[in-house]
Write a protein that binds this ligand. Structure first.
Ligand code: UGA
Length: 442
């Protein structure tokens, strides 16, 4: 019989996971406390931008294999297995993760369970959460019903979420019994058959695997941004440096692009939550390491604003700036903790007239930064600009033609905030070209 699965929490992670499980042939019920989200998804509409997801959700809701509800009792009655995919945002006071939603799900689900089950956590949580969650569940289960907690972290990237979910590069099964491992092996049978490596671990290691992976990626980016700071002081070129480092197979070239740094809903909050957890666990020097990673990252945004001012003769007052990109990364409409918007706001505070263009994120950006001016076409941003700043490396922005752009602006000055533009081509077209880490310190 086909396994019936509930996926609780239908944000980026949950909606993608639910749709991909349906694609794999399971009967899936997505659960969210937001009636608006459930309503949209039930009609086959995805409330955010994720390539390929619309088709999956539309197809599987139409076929009935994928349904959505706000009701945890319905999920308890329907499913053999439950995934927890709710958000764990940064606490409003402090830097630790807010686990309210995760514990609310456990407490809300447990009393409705009528048969023994596995509750599989996917949310990113501080190490130690799963064990606590198991205790919360146990305390509320009806007599004779058992629920094992397992942890199965997700490594999907926004913009590649469907592909990363259907074709993961590794699987982590944090379990406390062979039974839970078997359930996870059944769910991921297709990927396992293709040879995807499976790591069967204890709960703590599985929880930490996710956080550690994100902390490592963040550290890698901050490391190259630290080298960008050194390069600016020493007259070196951080892009050439990254190419050299990247040819060492032990280091690798990916996530070595210096620029205005990382943002989004994951990396910044995850390093802060790990820092807080490290301190709780009595490891203050680990907190210090992660705080330095955070500081270097945030400093890159300020350095970009300083460089922009320097390029305009030290004064941005009244200068028109074309800010290209608002999303925290290309192929996404997500503006959470976006370095691009941070830079835009900093330039505006210094008196610049900033026009922001983004191929997909303008609406979301307007909601969080309504004080900025948004334009619907890149040409409208470039028109009469005194300075162009590439802030998000959307392929179409990286591919801008320097000659055509040059005809629209007032002054040919460009700051490559992502180190992705072809410096030679821009310089040849008469542009003053600057970038962080390319001997361009203000
Ligand atoms: C990240 C991880 O890459 C995923 O593996 C993880 O599953 C996900 O968080 C999560 O926890 O859910 P994501 O936030 O989608 O994924 O974004 P990334 O592709 O990792 O990019 C993060 C940020 O780093 C972006 O702002 C990007 O512009 C920046 N970045 C990336 C750099 O500044 N330099 C680089 O070389 C690479």
């Amino acid at each position: 019989m086909t396994l019936r699965i509930s996926v609780i929490g239908t944000g980026y992670l949950g909606a993608t996971h639910a749709a991909c499980l349906a694609e794999l042939g399971f009967d899936v019920l997505g659960v969210d406390r937001s009636a608006a989200k459930v309503d949209a998804l039930s009609r086959g509409l995805v409330p955010f931008h994720e390539p390929g997801l619309d088709e999956l959700v539309a197809g599987h809701t139409a076929s009935g294999r994928l349904r959505f509800t706000t009701d945890l009792a319905e999920a308890a009655a329907f499913a053999d297995v439950h995934f927890i995919c709710v958000g764990t945002p940064q606490q409003s006071q402090g830097t630790a993760a807010d686990l309210t939603a995760v514990f609310d799900v456990a407490a809300g689900l447990a009393p409705h369970l009528r048969h023994s089950t596995v509750v599989i956590g996917k949310s990113t949580v501080p190490v130690g959460t799963a064990a606590e969650l198991a205790a919360t569940l146990r305390a509320r289960l009806p007599l004779g019903v058992e629920a094992e907690v397992a942890w199965n972290p997700e490594f999907l990237r926004e913009g590649h979420a469907v592909q990363d979910t259907l074709r993961p590069d590794r699987l982590v099964f944090g379990v406390t019994s062979p039974g839970a491992e078997l359930v996870l092996r059944e769910i991921y049978a297709a990927a396992i058959e293709r040879g995807t490596p499976v790591h069967v671990t204890d709960l703590a290691t599985a929880e930490l695997a996710k956080v550690a992976a994100n902390a490592f990626l963040a550290t890698k980016i901050s490391f190259i941004n630290a080298m960008a700071e050194i390069s600016d002081r020493a007259g070196a070129d951080v892009v050439a440096l990254a190419d050299v480092l990247g040819d060492d197979a032990r280091i690798g070239r990916r996530f070595l692009d210096a620029g205005i740094g990382f943002g989004g809903g994951c990396l910044p909050k995850d390093i802060r939550a790990l820092a807080a957890r490290a301190a709780e666990l009595g490891a203050p020097s680990i907190r210090a390491l992660l705080e330095d990673v955070d500081d270097i990252n945030l400093r890159a945004r300020d350095r970009a604003a300083d460089l922009a001012a320097a390029m305009c003769g030290g004064d941005l007052d009244g200068r028109r700036v074309a800010l290209l990109g608002a999303a925290f990364k290309p192929l996404s409409d997500d503006v959470r903790d976006s370095p691009a918007l941070h830079v835009a706001a900093a330039l505006r505070r210094r008196g610049a007239d900033v026009r922001v263009f983004d191929p997909a994120a303008a609406n979301n950006a307007r909601a969080v930064a309504p004080e900025l001016t948004y334009v619907a076409h890149v040409d409208a941003a470039l028109h009469d600009a005194d300075l162009v700043v590439l802030a998000t490396d959307w392929p179409e922005l990286v591919a801008l033609d320097p000659g055509r752009a040059g005809a629209l602006v007032r002054s040919r000055r460009i700051l490559d905030g992502r180190n992705k533009l072809d410096e030679e081509a821009w310089t040849a077209a008469g542009w003053a070209f600057r970038a962080l880490g390319r001997a361009a310190a203000p």
